[in-house]
Design a protein around this ligand. Structure first.
Ligand code: EPZ
Length: 437
């Protein structure tokens, strides 16, 4: 996308909106299909760039894939997967590619992939993945940017994760399905997207149980069958739309929103003074914004704590709230890059390490800003909606990695957003973003 978004002040966004499927669930679910042989159907699949990347990766391995983007239905036939090598270009473009490692080790007892490398929000090492795949019996050699893994036989184990990493939990869980016997994963990540993966695997006939606290028990060695599955709705898209509505003083209904997965986030919005209603059984959220939002502090944490992926959008809400908010980013070590861009728009934010202290102001002002990652991009888009004047947002490709055209959805709610094609801007953006990489 060689262009930028031109965003204008858009008061009182309102609407009854539907949600897409969750990116962070569908990517790992697509990788898990490597564990089966045959035709699977996934429904509620978002048309985002990362999904397209994962489709490329599966095709690269030999799968037949067709995607009905209008119906959001993905057909994947894994019968003809013959390869266990993943090219560097694919790995570098999308970190989630690492999630094919466990399934490839089960299917081929081998996986030759490139190291995913870091991104702007942090170094993002994969040491927890490698340490525990080795514990399951894999030998892993790293040569330069490449990683060669192989295993004679996967062995059931008691795995203890020193940190409840989402990706490491998912990779180890899938690899453990190839180890005949019981594997226990202690201090596992239990994000809703991990639970959605577990539901798919159980539908493939995998024997997986969850026990408190944060323990996953896998009985491996079973033959897994293809599935038909509807991916969960995206709590992160829901959260982003809710914040956009709150900061513009509007109202929104998301009847599909998984509110029971969003407790801490919704509680913080209520503490700000916004009126929130939850649907029966915890499905569905409505928000009516308060005219006098109060600033609230929060700290990101693994689920069920405050999601790091909503930290940036929620920071924007604090910029225009009365009082002071202390925001601690405790999941990624470099996920406050949006602060510099918000300061360009007149926000009052002090950063000390991974802590941002926001002092509310009466007004933000339009400015040329740059998205450095998916969620920072969303935050700056939201800031533009409540800023005086015009905001030009570049780095739009980050947005389309994680959302299915969120700007179109916001426009349907009354937002004034225009996509402007511009090679000049693209060159400018490249120059500007150099400092972040
Ligand atoms: C997943 O990333 C999500 N991505 C991220 O969403 C999300 O922010 C993150 O979980 C936390 O919720 C996908 O699911 C595709 P982690 P992941 O392993 O698996 C450190 C978005 O915007 N760590 O839980 O990479 C790591 O560096 C994206 O949609 C190690 O040190 O997250 C980080 O600081 C961004 N060694 C922390 O743990 C490891 O081996 C959490 O990472 C693995 C992780």
């Amino acid at each position: 996308m060689n262009g930028y978004l031109k965003v204008e002040n858009s008061p009182k966004l309102h609407g009854d909106m539907s949600l897409i499927g969750a990116k962070n669930a569908v990517l790992v679910i697509m990788a898990s299909l490597i564990l089966t042989d045959g035709k699977s159907t996934l429904k509620n699949v978002p048309c985002s760039d990362d999904v397209m990347q994962m489709i490329n990766l599966l095709r690269e391995l030999g799968a037949e894939v067709s995607f009905d983007q209008d119906e959001h239905v993905l057909l994947v036939d894994t019968t003809f997967i013959r390869k266990y090598q993943v090219k560097k270009e694919i790995m570098k473009r999308m970190r989630a590619s690492i999630l094919v490692m466990g399934p490839l080790l089960v299917r081929f007892k081998k996986a030759d992939i490139a190291l995913p490398g870091g991104c702007v929000i942090g170094a993002r090492p994969i040491n927890f993945h490698l340490k525990n795949l080795r514990k399951l019996g894999a030998t892993i050699q790293i040569e330069g940017e490449y990683l060669f893994a192989k295993v004679e036989k996967l062995i059931p184990q008691r795995i203890v994760l020193e940190y409840p990493s989402v990706g490491a939990t998912e990779n180890v869980l899938m690899a453990a399905l190839g180890a005949k016997g019981i594997t226990t994963i202690i201090n596992a990540a239990l994000e809703p997207e991990v639970l959605d993966l577990i539901r798919v695997l159980q539908k493939m006939d995998a024997a997986i149980q969850i026990e408190g606290p944060a323990t996953i028990i896998v009985e491996g060695g079973k033959v897994l069958k293809p599935v038909e599955y509807e991916v969960m709705h995206d709590r992160l898209e829901a959260g982003s739309l809710i914040v956009a509505t709150a900061v513009t003083g509007g109202s929104i209904t998301l009847s599909q929103a998984p509110a029971f997965m969003m407790d801490v986030f919704l509680m913080k919005l209520q503490e700000m003074g916004h009126n929130i209603e939850i649907g029966s059984d915890g499905i569905g959220v409505s928000l009516k914004a308060t005219r006098y939002p109060k600033a609230v502090s929060f700290k990101t944490a693994p689920y069920p704590g405050f999601p790091t992926d909503l930290q940036a959008p929620m920071m924007v809400a604090q910029c225009l709230a009365s009082g002071r908010a202390v925001i601690d980013e405790a999941v990624f070590e470099n996920r406050l890059l949006h602060v510099q861009e918000l300061q360009k728009m007149g926000a009052q934010i002090k950063v000390d390490g991974n802590r941002a202290t926001v002092t509310g102001v009466d007004q933000l002002y339009g400015a040329p800003v740059i998205a450095t990652d998916i969620r920072a991009g969303c935050a700056l888009l939201i800031a533009g909606l409540c800023a005086k004047g015009i905001t030009t947002l570049s780095g739009v490709h980050h947005l389309s990695r994680g959302y299915e055209s969120i700007q179109t959805k916001l426009s349907k709610m009354g937002a004034s957003i225009e996509y402007v094609e511009s090679a000049v801007f693209d060159r400018h953006e490249k120059d500007c973003t150099k400092e972040y990489y």
